[in-house]
Write a protein that binds this ligand. Structure first.
Ligand SMILES: C[S@@+](CC[C@H](N)C(=O)[O-])C[C@H]1O[C@@H](n2cnc3c(N)ncnc32)[C@H](O)[C@@H]1O
Length: 353
């Protein structure tokens, strides 16, 4: 058989894996070594006899079946484990080299991204999974997938955009006006602006988050006309005015000033749930007057906000009677999160022209 010719990447990948395994399992390795200080063998006598007999017979047989070099190392470690702990808790000792990763193993983190991506693939009408990637700006956490940076922020934002689209029926080139309260650093707005060349986006948030979003989105989209606070005071009133900026930032109380009927999709993600009942009621009243085409929310199914003494659940948001629920479900990523979309106006073919 010809010897394999390894590339530099093969070598560095394999060596890095050894370092990773040792670093990850340092505590386990230390405990095994410490456990071997005991004077007696931990494996019960009858099992030990069977095991030693099988080893003798095995090594006397055809060497082609003997362990590869890699498994020689692993079986040496196994023998130390057997001496220290016998078969006790074997899934958390041997198992780590057989199948089951630790909950905090980085491969589990990678796996979550891969699974979430796969779950979204069937809804990826605009091919965003293959064209967008987590921006380096802001030094977020990501894994590499197919040569692209993939993050949970990016995947959640793509997921949310498609939910809004599925509830509203717009197309990629449509002039859709989004309005988000509590946008954080603007991850969803970034995906919307990257995916939809004619969309505009209003953000209303507390000063700290507003600062982040203004910085993030103007650096990410330098050619998009933006109205920052406080210069945005006129722009917030009418996002459909001729020549209006595509990015408009305001403080929460300015939401009251937005022209009725000028917003197509109103969004709130992980934000209403952290507010007092009075704040939630106030926002729902303002949204109702604003009369957007669609309202999309994503919140914890049950949030006990002990600071404001408000219990916010999927059932008790003060949704006005005229809102028609068009979607409700558990989020793809988290079992404790629900998503809901409401139509306030019928979808018309000309809605977004
Ligand atoms: C947990 S973060 C979620 C951020 C973003 N939606 C995301 O999922 O990445 C909650 C957001 O709500 C905003 N927020 C909190 N209280 C608010 C209020 N009274 N009015 C508007 N936004 C508020 C915070 O500033 C923050 O941006």
């Amino acid at each position: 058989m010809p010897e394999a010719s390894f590339s530099r990447a093969d070598w560095s990948g394999a060596l890095w894996r050894i370092v990773r395994v040792i670093a990850l399992r340092a505590r386990l390795i230390a405990k095994v070594l410490f456990g071997n200080l005991r004077l007696t063998h931990a494996l019960r006598g009858d099992w030990r006899e069977r095991y030693e007999r099988s080893r003798r017979d095995f090594f006397a047989a055809d060497p082609v079946f003997h362990p590869s070099k890699q498994w020689e190392i692993i079986t040496r470690f196994y023998r130390l484990v057997l001496r220290a702990w016998g078969l006790e808790r074997f899934k958390s000792t041997f198992g780590r080299f057989l199948s089951t990763y630790e909950p905090d193993n980085p491969w589990i983190f990678e796996a979550v991204h891969h699974l979430y991506r796969q779950a979204l693939a069937a809804r990826d009408a605009w091919g965003l999974l293959d064209t967008l990637e987590e921006p380096e700006l802001g030094a977020g956490t990501y894994v590499m997938y197919g040569g692209r940076r993939l993050s949970l922020d990016l995947l959640q934002s793509i997921d949310e955009l498609y939910r809004v689209r599925e509830a509203s029926g717009f197309e990629r080139d449509d002039r859709v006006v989004f309005c988000e309260v509590g946008a954080g650093y603007g991850r969803l707005a970034d995906v919307v602006l990257s995916a939809m060349p004619n969309a505009s986006y209003l953000i209303f948030d507390l000063p700290e988050s507003l600062l982040l979003a203004q910085h993030y989105l103007t650096v990410r989209h330098p050619h998009v006309k933006a109205a920052l606070y406080p210069e945005s005071s006129e722009a917030v009133k009418d996002p459909l005015a001729p020549g209006a900026p595509r990015l408009i930032f305001g403080l929460p109380h300015q939401l009251r000033e937005v022209k009725r009927g000028s917003v197509d999709a109103f969004v709130n993600v992980y934000s209403f749930m952290e507010m007092s009942r009075k704040q939630i009621e106030t926002y729902f009243g303002i949204i109702d007057r604003l009369n957007p085409g669609t309202v999309y929310m994503k919140q914890h199914k049950r949030e006990a906000n002990i600071y404001d003494r408000s219990l916010n659940t999927g059932e008790n948001y003060p949704v006005p009677q005229g809102w028609k629920k068009s979607y409700e479900g558990t989020s793809t990523l988290f079992e404790h999160v629900f998503e809901a979309a409401y139509r306030l106006k019928p979808i018309r073919a000309s809605s977004f022209e």
